[in-house]
Design a protein around this ligand. Structure first.
Ligand SMILES: [Fe+2]
Length: 416
């Protein structure tokens, strides 16, 4: 739920932003072939068509149904098909079977989107001041939700295309290429009591607050991300064959899944990307590693992963600039930024901040009920929509997840 002490946006500005974000989702689907819309390569992934419909269902359910007079659903069964995990809203179609939904068709989902967009636009521009103040934060939440699904659409699509031996190309190869970086340096951060969490004044998800103080001991943060070249040395040094480097759960996951390199790597020379199969760039940041692999690499390197508060303390006052989705680079090339390129695994479990209470109602299920058995990631990736992340933004995934654009930034104690 958003932090919304006051609504400062105008109806016309919000309506314009709404149409821009919705159009961006559809733009991301332009390279798809009809068959691609249906692909579901594993239970954690959803087909592009489902993402298109689910984000629409979110607006229909939490904005239109709740706030527009005389509401009737677009289709009587879409609530069942496209509810993701909101138990308070009702039953839903099983997540692992989303790829079986050959109906509604892509065209029917497009019609669902168009009809919902028309209704929502009408609601925004005709709302009186009082009702707009109630509706606007819900729309802003829906837009941030849609931006999250833009990234998921691409990560899920990549996983599906990566299963195809024809190595389908989503986007033409990028002109951008990485540049060699100097030896990794360590930035010193002194110990101190520091504020963390969202301070208000703009949108944030509920899990970014309440803002509170934490004591962060002295630490060093690496000046950049870990590169493919560095990770290759870990592999060649037997990193995947040394249980002493791994957490017990991580070693079990490695053995169970047969991991010998990051997801999408072919040996240590090539990898599948959304630009097709490419040579591995040794200077680009390593990505598609699990928390377990990041943790094992850090141990091998004589370092550790930063906590989420170390990361936030270190980069919180830096500009949120980096390689994001707006750069049209669908594979990370820059290892030197504080934001973008790859999400950084932190050593912090995803739990509630002191004083956190999920919002009342179904939207209280958005973040709060997932605060167990997941790790926090920070900073955004090359497929995170530009402007979507903040220094306080908390992404979260299970420690064995590898299909997100997740990478490594090292830390170490100030007094080893
Ligand atoms: Fe969702």
């Amino acid at each position: 739920m958003p932090d919304h002490p006051a609504v400062t946006v105008t109806p016309s500005a919000l309506a314009a932003r709404y149409l821009t974000v919705r159009a961006c989702t559809e733009l991301l689907c332009q390279p798809l072939q009809p068959e691609d819309y249906q692909l579901q390569s594993m239970p954690d992934c959803s087909p592009p068509k489902w993402h298109l419909a689910h984000t629409t269902w979110f607006f229909e359910t939490f904005v239109l149904a709740a706030h527009s007079g005389g509401f009737k659903p677009f289709h009587p069964h879409f609530g069942f098909l496209f509810n993701s995990y909101y138990d308070a809203v009702g039953d839903r179609w099983p997540r692992p079977d989303r790829g079986l939904l050959s109906r509604p068709t892509v065209a029917e989902v497009a019609a669902y989107r168009k009809a919902t967009d028309d209704r929502l636009h009408e609601l925004l521009v005709t709302a009186d001041e009082k009702s707009f103040a109630v509706v606007a934060p819900m729309v802003e939440l829906g837009l941030n939700h849609e931006e999250q699904h833009q990234e998921l659409l691409l990560t899920d699509l990549k996983h599906a295309l990566g299963k195809n031996p024809l190595r389908p190309v989503y986007a033409p190869p990028s002109e951008r290429s990485s540049t060699p970086f100097a030896q990794l340096a360590w930035r010193n951060h002194p110990a101190g009591l520091t504020w963390v969490g969202h301070a208000g004044g703009g949108f944030a998800f509920d899990n970014e607050g309440p803002r509170h103080r934490v004591f962060v001991d002295g630490f060093h943060l690496a000046s950049r991300l870990v590169t493919n070249g560095e990770y290759t040395r870990f592999i060649q040094d037997g990193g995947y064959a040394r249980p002493d480097l791994w957490l017990s759960d991580g070693w079990a996951a490695k053995r169970r899944n047969g991991w010998t390199s990051p997801l999408y790597w072919e040996g240590v020379d090539r990898a599948f990307t959304l630009h097709g199969e490419q040579s591995l760039d040794p200077h680009a940041p390593v990505c598609h590693v699990s928390y377990y692999e990041a943790d094992a690499y850090a141990r091998w390197a004589g370092a550790r992963l930063p906590t989420e508060f170390e990361w936030e303390t270190a980069v919180g006052d830096r500009p949120v600039a980096g390689e994001f989705l707006g750069y049209h680079v669908f594979h990370p090339t820059r290892a030197d930024g504080d934001f973008g390129s790859v999400w950084v695994w932190t050593a912090s479990p995803y739990t509630a901040y002191p004083g956190y209470r999920p919002p009342a109602g179904a939207l209280g299920e958005y973040n709060g009920k997932f605060m167990c058995n997941q790790m926090v990631l920070r900073g955004g990736s090359c497929v995170t929509p530009t402007g979507h992340v903040r220094p306080t933004y908390r992404n979260f995934f299970p420690p064995d997840a590898r299909w997100q654009f997740s990478g490594i930034r090292l830390a170490r104690d100030a007094q080893p």
